[in-house]
Design a binder for this molecule. Structure first.
Ligand code: ADP
Ligand code: MG
Length: 614
């Protein structure tokens, strides 16, 4: 090993920078926090190329005197702490005195500032940690910091950065967290000179939440409040009809600082136990305030995590507050959104239409082409999954029919058409517990899971359709706005082409709102928002750029699952018959798309053995 030696200050700073500044969003966070600490009432953030090219934060706070400018950029220099004990009563967002030094080390930073009682401003610049001498300049009261070319001198770090859209997603998320924590401050966010957010200052936290995530979500929120001794907890939890597949919509704030805390997340999950479907996560915006000495914020380099003196008590307080609120709230009627409380009623209806839709095109050409013959009679009163096309009892016959049908002018086909024998008597099956179909087969007895089988059938139909490149987009007459989280917005925009492949057309609409301009025609009865959310959840769950084919496949599974009859649905005899007959049309009827078996077979021999006949 080489001998031990002292690291150079520049290297020390670079190592320190690595801890605090991970990506452009970290710069945005640190600069915005400084602006808040300086007492600003207006903060303008603007970034170019996801923040890689430029991050600029302009505030109207207290400013920095000219003689202190070099110190502001020096490491371990802060105006927020003086003695060690201060560490245990931190009332500001910053206190380590490291952020500006770290940023200055890995970028070209230009700082201009002016204090309220000074006649002019001053300016200092740092390139890769090398400072210029401060010089006077004209500028308004407050501070403006520009960070150019982040990580220009740490190419490895730069390599780890993702696409512009992803980085901007992180920027937007960082911005949102701080904007949520300070509703009394006016914020703007621009990306490549385009305004993304403009948030006027106000007293109402709900308004600020609506500015970030849309009115619909804000309207579904339930006010929660609890005070125990010095610890105050207040904020909003969403009606259970609003949930997500991830926990990124759980915002906790402590004394004005956004934090992440597993215990609190867990308490939130507990409070919603039984109210949400398995795998769904609650949405909440909760602010806590407590004397600073009850919490240690100096445990995490970016202060995202904190240590509470009594985290058990906080856990119980949150849980009790939410539980108490839910018990006294009529969760069925509480929601203000016009149709949210009828969601459950809708579902069955919607599922019914979706099934119809899917079946209609699954029948596709076959039904269309056979329109002339006895097969054509389609009754809207008919069974839910079109029995007439299902008379085809096996694949071979289907193919034959198809061919015949295509050449309608072919006299042979016409004859054949007329010669189609009356359909075989449908295989009979007994539906039990409204979920299984028991049927007699040549070998013995088969028990079929009705949902799993139908799901598989729909999935096969869909896949065939997609493989043939026949996913038609239905353009919406009035594009539908959808409010997303910053990360979802970024993911959507980044995967625009992929979405288009799936038939989903989106347009940016400013902030975290997108317009859905078109979506797959085959899903005409599924809400466009639902489709987009399902896709985005998949994309974000991947954590990396998904393979379009995998995503497509996943999506088809989701759609098939949503559209299929459910366990618990009572089926009419024709429906049972058509389901059983369709069974032969699919490639792999033995497994549902999730890989669960769709059917169990008990051979006669097995039964005989069990009954000790042989
Ligand atoms: P910290 O915030 O932990 O003190 P920073 O490196 O972020 O450390 O900032 C160093 C110092 O520079 C701060 O303590 C503050 O005095 C000053 N400063 C930074 N940004 C601003 C700003 N926007 N307005 C006024 N002062 C600022
Ligand atoms: Mg700071």
């Amino acid at each position: 090993m080489p001998p031990i030696h002292q690291l150079s200050q520049s290297l020390i700073n670079k190592i320190a920078a690595g801890e605090v500044i991970e990506r452009p969003a970290s710069v945005v966070k640190e600069l915005m926090e400084n602006a808040i600490d300086a007492g600003s009432t207006r903060i303008d953030v603007s970034v170019a190329q996801g923040g890689l090219e430029l991050v600029r934060v302009v505030d109207n706070g207290g400013g920095i005197p000219m003689e202190e400018l070099p110190l502001a950029l020096a490491s371990h220099a802060t105006s927020k702490l003086t003695e060690a004990d201060d560490l245990f009563r931190v009332g500001t967002l910053g206190f380590r005195g490291e952020a500006l030094a770290s940023i200055a080390e890995v970028s070209r930073l230009v700082l201009r500032s002016r204090t309220p009682n000074s006649p002019g401003g001053a300016e200092i610049e740092a390139t890769g940690g090398i400072l210029t001498t401060p010089a006077p300049c004209g500028c308004p009261v407050g501070t403006s910091i520009e960070v150019h070319n982040l990580f220009f001198n740490t190419p490895v770090r730069r390599k780890f950065l993702r696409t512009t859209a992803t980085e901007f997603g992180h920027v937007s998320e960082a911005f949102t967290r701080i904007a949520l924590a300070s509703p009394h401050v006016h914020f703007t966010l621009r990306h490549n000179d385009k305004m993304v957010f403009e948030m006027a200052a106000g007293d109402d936290w709900l308004d600020r939440i609506a500015m970030c995530f849309g009115r619909e979500l804000a309207d579904s929120l339930i006010w929660v409040e609890s005070v125990e001794d010095d610890v105050k907890l207040s904020g909003y939890a969403a009606h259970p009809s609003q949930s997500r597949s991830h926990n990124r919509m759980q915002y906790f704030f402590l004394n004005g600082r956004h934090i992440r805390d597993r215990a609190l997340q867990h308490a939130l999950g507990e409070a919603y136990r039984g109210l949400l479907l398995v795998g769904r996560q609650p949405i909440a915006f909760l602010a806590m305030s407590m004397p600073p000495e009850l919490v240690d914020v100096n445990v995490h380099p970016t202060k995202l995590e904190v240590r509470f003196q009594d985290s058990g008590r906080l856990y119980s307080q949150l849980l009790a507050a939410l539980r108490g609120k839910f018990l006294t709230t009529d969760l069925n009627t509480h929601v203000h959104t016009p149709d949210a409380d009828s969601i459950v009623g809708h579902d069955a209806d919607q599922a019914f239409h979706m099934r119809q839709q899917l079946v209609d095109w699954a029948k596709g050409k076959v039904a269309e082409k056979m329109a002339s013959g006895q097969w054509a009679a389609t009754s809207t009163e008919g069974p839910r999954f079109g029995v007439q096309s299902l008379r085809l009892t096996d694949r071979k016959e289907t193919e034959e029919e198809r061919e015949n049908a295509i050449s309608e002018t072919n006299p042979k086909s016409q004859i054949l058409n007329q010669q189609i024998p009356s359909p075989l008597p449908p295989p009979s099956a007994l539906q039990i517990h409204n979920r299984y179909l028991v049927t007699e087969t040549e070998e013995g007895v088969t028990i079929i899971d009705q949902h799993a089988l139908h799901e598989r059938i729909l999935y096969e139909h869909l896949r065939e359709r997609v493989a043939a490149g026949r996913v038609e987009t239905q353009n919406l007459l009035v594009p539908e706005p959808i409010d997303l989280s910053p990360a979802e917005t970024a993911a959507a925009l980044e995967n625009r082409d992929l979405l288009a492949e799936l038939g989903v057309k989106i347009e940016p609409f400013g902030g975290n709102t997108l317009l859905i301009a078109g979506y797959p025609a085959m899903l005409a009865n599924m809400s466009p928002c639902e489709v987009l959310r399902a896709i985005l959840e998949r994309i974000l769950a991947e954590g990396k750029q998904p393979d379009p084919r995998d995503l497509l496949d996943e999506l088809l599974h989701t759609i098939a699952c949503k559209a299929a009859i459910k366990a618990g649905d009572h089926l009419a005899p024709e429906e049972i018959a058509s389901l059983l007959q369709q069974r032969h049309l699919v490639v792999d009827a033995h497994h549902c798309p999730h890989g669960r078996p769709t059917a169990l077979v008990f051979t006669r021999e097995e039964l005989d053995k069990q009954f000790k006949r042989i």
